[in-house]
Design a protein around this ligand. Structure first.
Ligand SMILES: *Cc1c(COP(=O)(O)O)cnc(C)c1O
Length: 495
C-alpha cells in the first residue's frame, strides 16, 4: 500500500514518500505529513532481541512505502555500519533510577548524526525511484550540530552538493571548527551575521523564490533541505525510541505495554516530534517531556496555548536549542487539529505576520495530555552537570543537562513512569562549559580544556574531536543574510 504525504497547509498538495524527501518542503511552504499515520502500527513485542538495524528496517518501511525492503536495508546499513562508535548505535545507559539514551555516538558526536547519516542514502535512492538526473543541492541552516552532521553525511556523495549556513556568533568553537575544516569536493560553508532564525529564514526565502529555483532548474540543479523539516530526517529519528523500549524489554526493566516517559532537549521540535510519531505507531509512550533552555517559547506554548516569538533571544550554554521558531511544531498542530490544513495555515500566517498565534482550548488540552513543558536557566543547567557528575558519576553535556533538570521538575509534579532522557551531544562538544560547571572557571583554551576534562573524569574523548585541533581551515566565507542567495548561486557556478 502506497501512502501519500500531504502539506500541513493544504490537503491538495500531496507527494509520494520518496518525492517528499527530495523536496524537503512543500510548494506552499508547508511541511510534509502522513495523514494515515494512525492507521499504521509496529508490533512492539516483536522488537524484543532485535538489533538497531532490524528495528530501523521495520519502522522505516512503514513510512517510506515506495521504497523496497532491499533499498531500505541498503540505506540503513550504508548509514550506520562502521560509522558509529557503538554497536547499539544508540546505547541506553542506566543512571540512578533513570535511563540516558546516548544519541551522540556518530561521526560528529551529536544526535543529528542519526538522521543525517541516512538522509543522503534516502535521497540518492529517492532520485533513482523518481528518475531524477539533476544534481541535488542540500541547503541548510544550522544552530551548530546539523551543519557538521549534514556536511559529513553528504560529503562526496555523488549527484549531491551541500551548502551550510551558520550564525557567526551562535555556535561553539568546537562546532565552528568542525564545520570549517570539512573536506570533500561538494561541501560549502558560510557564516551569517545574525542568529539562527536569520539563517533559517534566509534559507526558507531561497526555497520559496520561484524565479531563482526555475533558473537553477534550467541548469540541472534542484534544491532540497537537510533541516529537520525534511521527513527523511524525522523518520530515522523515530527508530531510537523503539530501540530504547526494546532494550528496556530485553533487560526486563519494562514489560509491554508498560508506559515509558521520554524527556527531550528541544529546539526545532524535530526530535520530540519523532517520539510523538513513535507513539502514534503504537509505542507505549506516557508523557513526552519537552525541555527548553532560556529560550522557553515552547514551555509557554505548552502551558498556555499561545506561541509567541516576540521575546528576547538568549545565547545560552546549550546553543543548539537557541531557537524561537520551532518549525516542526507545525506538524504537531496538524495532527492535534485533526488534520485541519486550513487551521494550520491560519496559525502559520499569523506567526509570519505577527510572530504569534493562539490555539483553541480544545487543542491546548489535547496537547497537554501528551506533552509536559519545562525549562532551565544557564545557572540551573551548570548546577545539574555538576550534581549528576558528583552524585552519579555521569558527565552530561549542557543540552542533556537541560533535559535532566526538566525531568526532575516533571517528576516532582507528576506521577512519572520510568524516564528515558535523550542525550543529544557528547560533553566534549561543549567542553569549556562542561568543565567550568564541574571544576570552576578556567582560562584554558578549548582543546587544552578537552584533555584536562578527560584526565580529571576519565570519560573518553570521541575520536572525531581529538584530531580537530590540527586540521586546516578550508572554509571562511562570512556575509549578511541578504547575500545568502548570491553565495548559493556562486557555489554552483564552479561545477
Ligand atoms: C539539534 C539539537 C537539539 C534540538 O533538537 P530539535 O530536533 O531541533 O528539537 C538538542 N540538542 C542538540 C545537541 C542538538 O544538536
Amino acid at each position: 500500500m502506497n501512502y501519500l504525504y500531504e502539506s500541513t497547509r493544504s490537503e491538495k498538495l500531496t507527494s509520494t514518500p520518496s518525492n517528499a524527501i527530495l523536496k524537503g518542503l512543500s510548494d506552499d511552504g508547508g511541511l510534509f505529513v502522513l495523514k494515515d499515520i494512525k492507521n499504521l502500527s509496529v508490533d512492539i513485542e516483536s522488537l524484543k532481541g532485535k538489533t538497531y538495524y532490524e528495528i530501523a528496517e521495520t519502522v522505516i518501511s512503514k513510512l517510506l512505502s515506495d521504497f523496497s525492503m532491499e533499498q531500505i536495508n541498503a540505506c540503513v546499513h550504508g548509514a550506520y555500519e562502521n560509522k558509529f562508535s557503538s554497536e547499539d548505535i544508540t546505547p541506553l545507559v542506566k543512571v540512578g533510577d533513570d535511563y540516558i539514551l546516548e544519541l551522540f555516538k556518530g561521526p560528529t558526536s551529536a544526535f543529528k548524526d542519526v538522521g543525517l547519516s541516512i538522509l543522503p542514502h534516502f535521497m540518492t535512492t529517492a532520485m533513482k525511484i523518481n528518475n531524477v538526473e539533476d544534481e541535488v543541492v542540500i541547503l541548510t541552516a544550522t544552530s551548530g550540530d546539523t551543519g557538521k552532521a549534514a556536511l559529513e553525511g553528504f560529503k562526496d556523495v555523488e549527484g549531491t552538493s551541500i551548502i551550510v549556513f551558520y550564525p557567526k556568533e551562535g555556535v561553539s568553537k568546537v562546532q565552528e571548527r568542525q564545520m570549517v575544516t570539512t573536506e570533500g569536493n561538494n561541501t560549502f560553508v558560510g557564516s551569517i551575521y545574525g542568529n539562527f532564525d536569520d539563517a533559517q529564514s534566509g534559507v526558507k526565502k531561497i526555497f520559496t523564490n520561484k524565479e531563482f529555483l526555475a533558473e537553477q532548474k534550467e541548469k540541472g540543479i534542484v534544491y532540497s533541505s537537510a533541516n529537520s523539516i525534511n521527513i527523511g530526517r524525522l523518520i530515522p529519528q523515530m527508530v531510537y525510541y523503539f530501540k530504547a523500549y526494546a532494550d528496556l524489554m530485553d533487560r526486563n526493566e519494562v514489560v509491554y505495554p508498560e508506559k515509558v516517559d521520554f524527556v527531550v532537549p528541544t529546539g526545532n521540535f524535530g526530535n520530540i516530534l519523532a517520539g510523538y510519531f513513535a507513539k502514534l505507531l503504537g509505542l507505549p509512550v506516557g508523557t513526552l517531556v519537552c525541555a527548553s533552555n532560556e529560550n522557553n517559547v515552547l514551555t509557554d506554548f505548552l502551558n498556555e496555548g499561545v506561541y509567541d516569538r516576540n521575546r528576547p533571544f538568549h545565547k545560552t550554554i546549550s546553543p543548539s536549542m537557541d531557537i524561537l521558531i520551532s518549525s516542526n511544531l507545525e506538524r504537531l498542530l496538524y495532527y492535534m487539529s485533526g488534520c485541519d490544513n486550513a487551521y494550520v495555515k491560519q496559525c502559520m500566517d499569523s506567526l509570519n505576520s505577527t510572530g504569534k498565534y493562539a490555539v483553541t482550548d480544545e487543542i491546548k488540552e489535547k496537547i497537554q495530555k501528551e506533552f509536559f513543558g519545562g525549562c532551565a536557566t544557564n545557572t540551573e543547567t551548570s548546577f545539574v552537570i555538576k550534581k549528576v557528575y558528583e552524585e552519579k558519576g555521569y558527565l552530561l553535556d549542557p543540552h542533556t543537562a537541560v533535559a535532566y533538570k526538566v525531568m526532575e521538575d516533571f517528576k516532582t509534579k507528576n506521577n512519572a513512569n520510568k524516564c528515558v532522557v535523550l542525550s543529544t551531544a557528547s560533553p566534549y562538544k561543549f567542553t569549556k562549559d562542561v568543565y567550568e560547571a564541574v571544576f570552576g572557571k578556567t582560562d584554558m583554551e578549548e582543546f587544552v580544556c578537552m584533555k584536562e576534562l578527560n584526565k580529571k573524569t576519565g570519560v573518553d574523548i570521541p575520536n572525531n574531536l581529538k584530531d580537530l585541533e590540527s586540521k586546516p581551515v578550508l572554509h571562511n566565507a562570512s556575509m549578511p543574510k541578504e547575500d545568502m542567495i548570491q553565495f548559493v548561486s556562486d557555489c554552483k557556478k564552479g561545477n
